[in-house]
Design a protein. Sequence first.
Length: 394
Amino acid sequence: MTRGPHRIPGPRDLSTRLLGAILVVVLVGVATAWVVVAGIGPAIFHVHMMQMGGSNANTTVHAEEAFRTASTLSLAVALIAALGTSVGVSLFLARRITRSLIPVTAAAGRVALGDYTARIPSVGMGAEFDDLTAAFNTMATDLGRIEATRTKMLGDLAHEMRTPVATIGAYLEAIADGVREADSATLAVLGDQVTRLSRLSEDISVVTTAEEGRLTMHRQDLAVTRIVAEAEAHATAQYAAHGVTLRVRTSASANIAVVDADSDRIGQVMTNLLDNAVRHTPSGSEVVISAFVTGTHAAISIADQGDGIPADHIGHVFERFYRVDASRDRAHGGSGVGLAIAKSITEAHDGTIRVESAGIGQGAIFTIELPLIARAPGARSNVPSSANSVVEGP
């Protein structure tokens, strides 16, 4: 666990307040002793001097007695005053601290019982208590969010698994009843459903690991042109099978751009985005991959001519299991977490991802941006361009 920076005690810190309370006790004792010594001691001493006779021995005896009496009385009064002040201040602070800890204990008990709406009010007992209050309230908020996400994820996961499990069950029952034969077609259907469940499990594992910051990555200097070329190469056969043309447009600045990234992870982002694009693009249309540089970031966009996204759905497309058209996506075998994975991996690279769409039937543009680490003047990428690649101006 990472510790926060050491903070120099300030006037509102509990330690400073306790020190102040002790100083009050000491000062009261000192002040009382001074008042007694300055006001009472001389008077007692004077009385004894007036009572002495002319004898030097009597003078000495009375002087010593005056000193002892004045000192004893001064110390006794001072100690009594200091003791009374100390007890009073200690009782006051103890009651304040106890009253301040009561809502902490109550809120902790509510959180332990699953009530993540519990919060600790500010108690005004110093910066330490304020830090404790802020940390507890933040923890309760995070736990509530995690619990809500977990509940939603489990519900969505159960919903996603229902269809393939039901299909497998129905086919197995039909085979057992002799209604269907365990022929190659039936086995193919069962294999597809098992593959779908396996892919769903893997996708959930990846997105959960990424969102928790535990994603293993091997980052290196990676040319943007290499990212685009590898993505195009992996998707070409799939696009040809769907009758969709895949084109690449690379600006001159992107052609020399380099980012710090994990090749496999960024390739997974590109694969998920290209899979999403081809599922929503009709045969005979095209999808365009564009690479360019904007400020201190390299950007890669994937624009399709497909279904488009309504404005009220734009803010939700990167959520797990969220679908603009649930029935259509399930028919095309999407797990529902591909875009969530793309978002998590991109953000793990300190990048951003966004989507734009003019509406239904107007297609969509997904864009990822990654921080640049080098743009050497005149440098060229060693990744060859394909026949569908076009190098544009800056």
